[in-house]
Each structure stands twice: as structure tokens, then as C-alpha cells.
Design a binder for this molecule. Structure first.
Ligand SMILES: [Zn+2]
Length: 267
């Protein structure tokens, strides 16, 4: 896998994969392969088909300049945008605070008041002592196996009756609750650690959960693998693809885990 990984272009695959580009490329490739078949170039069609799919898988797209035209092509098609762009709220791969409906700004205000978050020059930071505790706890949780992490989740989060480990498509998840909600491992580590660290600093259980979720915006490195997070956009490949009403949201992504760690609220 290491050789293949070297070929992989992170900007256009994994969490950053652009589905309009991928679909348009696979359709074009399929058409070309069919053309070769019709001309009875069976071996050539097999080789082109296999290599083409591999390139789209590893590099995101095959046809040069795809990011410049695929989004417009798909945008002009009658297919719903959601099919290609997903829901930016859920693509972030879960949270233990999914059922807590607290306004993000209100949460930050409460955190400022509690001294958990501090403002400096219009920037917000986690207070030094909290930050040190949070990172210490994240390091401990990152050393646990996925099963061990699921056990910690079950033990610590009062509202979670059941938690299990799941590995799918090379990615690791904690499955929680009756609805089998999935929380990706890096997010589970970040939120659980924050929740624990906030124990004696916040009384309100719902606020603690919501705060643990918003703490993810302060991450600089991936809690699971230590890779430096990259700032990206919910539609990074195509740059400009947006519906007329909304601009793409900024995101924090771990390129190694292929995981979005935080989606900043729309401006
Ligand atoms: Zn990572």
C-alpha cells in the first residue's frame, strides 16, 4: 500500500474528493472504453479501463482540467446537488453532541464567561491550563485501542448506553446509541478528552457536550495520528463550486486519516 499511497493526491481524494469530478471522469472513461470495445480492441479496453479507474481512485481525476469544467457540468444537470456534495452538517463524521441543540455563539459566550476559552486580539484560544489537560488526555486516549476507546466512551458519557468499535473502508469509528450513530476515531478522542477535562469547569451537562464539540475548532494536529491539520473547504477540489445562496464552508481536515475534524459555521 505504501507505494500506492505515494501516488495518491491528497488534495483530490479522501475527505477532499470531489464527486462531480469523479463521476464525470468515470463517465468519460466508460464511454472511451465502450468505444474501444465496439472497435474490438478488447485488451486495450481492459487496460485503459483498469488504469483509468486506478488513476481516478488515487488522484481524484484523470482528464486534465476536470476541476474547471466538471462542477459546471454537474451544476447544469437536473441532478440534486446533495447527491454530489452531501450534507455539510453530517459529512463531518459525527459528534457526541448531535442531540444537543445549543447555539454555537451562545456556547462560546458561556465558555468565555467560565474562563475556559479566552479572547485575545479578536482571536479565541483555549485557556492554557485547560489546553494542557485536554492535550494530555487526548494523547492518553490516542494510545487506546479502538475497543478501549469505545469502552471509555460508554463509561464516561452519561447519555451513551452503548458504544462499539467499527472499522470500515480503512477508517475507524465508535458506534454509539440505539441509532448506531457513527463518530470517527479522531473526533471521538477530541470530544471525549474535552468532555472529561471540562468536568469540574462546567456544571451544565448539555453545555459540556456542546463545548466538547466546539473544542474541535481549536485543534492544530490530528488527535488520532498527530498529523498537522490542513485548512480546506467543504468543496475544496472545485474551488468555486457553490450554490448561489451559500459560500463553501471552511474545514479542518486530517490528510492521513482522510477525516474532517471541524466545519466552521457559515459566515
Ligand atoms: Zn489523523
Amino acid at each position: 500500500m505504501t507505494d500506492l499511497d505515494a501516488l495518491r493526491d491528497e488534495s483530490y481524494t479522501g475527505a477532499n474528493r470531489c464527486w462531480p469530478c469523479t463521476v464525470v471522469n468515470l463517465v468519460l472513461l466508460g464511454t472511451f472504453v465502450l468505444l474501444l470495445r465496439v472497435r474490438e480492441r478488447t485488451v486495450a479496453s481492459l487496460v485503459v479501463g483498469t488504469l483509468g479507474v486506478a488513476v481516478v481512485y488515487l488522484r481524484g481525476y484523470l482528464v486534465p482540467y476536470t476541476p474547471r469544467f466538471a462542477p459546471q457540468l454537474v451544476g447544469a444537470s437536473p441532478l440534486p446537488d446533495r447527491l454530489f456534495h452531501g450534507d455539510p452538517d453530517t459529512d463531518g463524521a459525527g459528534s457526541f453532541a448531535d442531540d444537543v441543540e445549543l447555539d454555537g455563539e451562545q456556547v462560546l459566550e458561556e465558555l468565555l464567561e467560565a474562563g475556559v476559552v479566552v479572547a485575545d486580539d479578536e482571536m479565541l484560544y483555549v485557556a492554557d491550563d485547560v489546553d494542557a489537560d485536554w492535550h494530555g488526555r487526548m494523547d492518553q486516549l490516542a494510545d487506546r485501542s479502538l475497543d478501549g476507546l469505545a469502552v471509555e466512551v460508554r463509561r464516561t458519557l452519561a447519555h451513551v448506553d452503548d458504544a462499539d468499535a467499527l472499522v470500515a473502508d480503512g477508517r475507524e469509528w465508535v458506534v454509539v446509541g440505539a441509532e448506531n450513530d457513527l463518530v470517527a476515531r479522531p473526533l471521538a478522542i477530541a470530544e471525549l478528552a474535552a468532555y472529561e477535562v471540562l468536568d469540574d469547569r462546567l456544571d451544565d451537562q448539555r453545555l459540556r457536550l456542546a463545548a466538547a464539540e466546539s473544542f474541535r475548532m481549536f485543534l492544530e494536529d490530528c488527535p488520532a495520528c498527530g498529523t498537522e491539520l490542513r485548512e480546506s473547504s467543504a468543496v475544496s477540489c472545485c474551488g468555486g463550486y457553490t450554490t448561489p445562496r451559500e459560500s463553501p464552508r471552511e474545514t479542518l481536515v486530517c490528510p492521513s486519516c482522510r477525516q474532517r475534524l471541524y466545519t466552521f459555521p457559515a459566515e
